[in-house]
Design a protein around this ligand. Sequence first.
Ligand code: AMP
Ligand code: MG
Length: 473
Amino acid sequence: MSLWIPFQNSYAQLPARFFTRQSAIPVSAPRLIRFNRALAEDLGITADDDLELALVFSGNALPTGASPLAQVYAGHQFGGFSPQLGDGRALLLGEVVDRQERRHDIQLKGSGPTPYSRMGDGRAWLGPVLREYLVSEAMHKLGLPTTRALAAVATGERVYREAGALPGAVLTRVAASHLRVGTFQYFAARRDIDGLRALYDYTVARHYPKAEGPAHLLAKVIRAQARLVAGWLSVGFIHGVMNTDNTAISGETIDYGPCAFLDQYHPQTVFSSIDAHGRYAYGNQAHVIVWNMAQFATALVPLMPDQDDAIAEFTALVHAMPDQIETEWRRAFGRKIGIAEATAQDAAMVGDLLARMAAGRADFTNTFRGLIDGTARDQFLDRAAFDAWERGWRARIAREADPEGVMRAANPAYIPRNHRIEQMIEAAVAGDYAPFERLLAVLARPYQDQPGADDLRHPPEPSEVVRATFCGT
Ligand code: AMP
Ligand code: MG
């Protein structure tokens, strides 16, 4: 065996009620689609045999040192509380510690049913596996905290979904951890204070070793999430299913189900087919994350000796979060218009541009990137509306040291556009992985102009527009 994963498992040592030990259910004909060699190297994983990779990352072969388990958690889904969820189609194989001493989960997704599968089959089809692989890697290259993709394997089996029989696949996901707001909610809802304390101790040791007490942990998670969501907004990302079980304590983006990037800018944009009321629309994300942090705070209260004091202290922390998001948003969007450290007045200038973009049906990514080369105005139905804004903006950036450099680092030329993802999936289902490979290659350098990749900058033609994305199930 040439594949070596240096497992050092810690979650498997937590109390038994944190998980169910479970093996992957073998698949009939695993075939490697993609292995992320650069990431593997960072993680100290050595591999050279594709057959072996296919066996291990489909779940057919258990690598030495793995202790596979399904994690239990709870969560608010679209605002309603489910007291017990869990890995219904995923397995934690174990953890590795990289050269920078950072611990990572190695998780199979689509590896078969577990006790938490409820009505599901425990499987994933090729489309969502390739979507998550591509979008999570693109998010990383855009500079946002995110889970990563280590491998994609075709199972050789069919999975049955509304659309019919589809090719099955397994994704291997790497995460700082899979601890979620919902993990805390699981123990809090059961009044399992010993479990909650064990989870708290584990979380602090793993992610926030300097945290001194639950209030401090809450403050640190709020800070990480404020930064994350401002980052999403700055690249036009819509997560699509910001349930509390999909909010990671680490501050990473997790769970690429019905996610999508904006083409035309409009704050009410929603792609997810299951988000009928727009709860997780682009412009709601900054509100929803505060609500999710309030749920996290609630789950931490039982850890405190004086609960009334705790509620007052935690409430103040949650109420301070919108200001933190605003500060992060201002910094991120200030850079998008070439201002290194934006003031409140600069933020108003950004707000004015966004309002004109919404009215002018302007493409989000191409408008900001177009500020660099003067093509932004072409994005607007009413170009005069842009020109009126541009005069004030030019006067303002004349006072900046290097507006172009700042904008080049803040405004990607390439994002994983939804219509391209759908076309890529359609090709892959037909056996052609070239579009997947090409998108991956271009999105590996999103801030650099790349000759021959102009077509990937275009918003969809009317016939290409994707109106809905579907959960990864
Ligand atoms: P998600 O929408 O991916 O966050 O999933 C919500 C819950 O449904 C999680 O507990 C998943 O493990 C579970 N789930 C989603 N898809 C499946 C599936 N195909 N089989 C079993 N469980 C699933
Ligand atoms: Mg989930």
